[in-house]
Write a new protein. Structure first.
Length: 155
């Protein structure tokens, strides 16, 4: 497989640096003869995340150095004086034709499907205080869905 991959790179004149960010599993799974547009776009996505004090958290997707989407979990926005439940939001910052889906393990999802970017949708749930959860960010297109690794959050 490595020989075919190396031949493909040499034959098309691509630099090895163009594959920075691909993990070994995706490189091995790619056919040596061609890379379709969806796979190429997915391979250029990088994921990041940040957990905040109190259990809140954000997962984001970057493409070409720009944040294109986020999933955000906020435990009890409004604080203890005016709690509004626990909120999951999906934000789409890119007009690339993909929708954004945020998922939390209670389970609940929210999606920007049908909206024009930039777009944001939120869903509020009342989850038992202190419950450990995970959130994911997914990019959805007609070619398929790719999702981030999970981020631990709390209600």
């Amino acid at each position: 497989m490595r020989t075919r991959t190396a031949s493909f790179i040499a034959a098309t004149g691509l630099l090895a640096g163009a594959f920075t960010g691909l993990n070994a599993a995706s490189a091995e799974a790619a056919p040596s003869a061609s890379i379709d547009a969806a796979e190429s776009a997915a391979s250029s996505i990088t994921w990041g995340s940040r957990g905040d004090i109190g259990g809140d958290g954000t997962v984001w997707a970057k493409q070409n150095g720009e944040v294109i989407a986020e999933a955000h979990w906020q435990a009890d926005p409004g604080g203890t004086a005016n709690p509004k439940g626990d909120t999951l939001c999906a934000s789409d910052y890119s007009g690339d034709g993909r929708s954004v889906r945020a998922e939390v393990s209670i389970p609940a999802t929210v999606s920007t499907k049908g909206l024009t970017a930039p777009a944001k949708r939120c869903v509020t749930k009342d989850v038992a205080e202190g419950k450990s959860l995970h959130i994911n960010l997914c990019l959805v297109s007609s070619s398929g869905t790719i999702c981030s690794p999970g981020l631990a959050v709390k209600a």
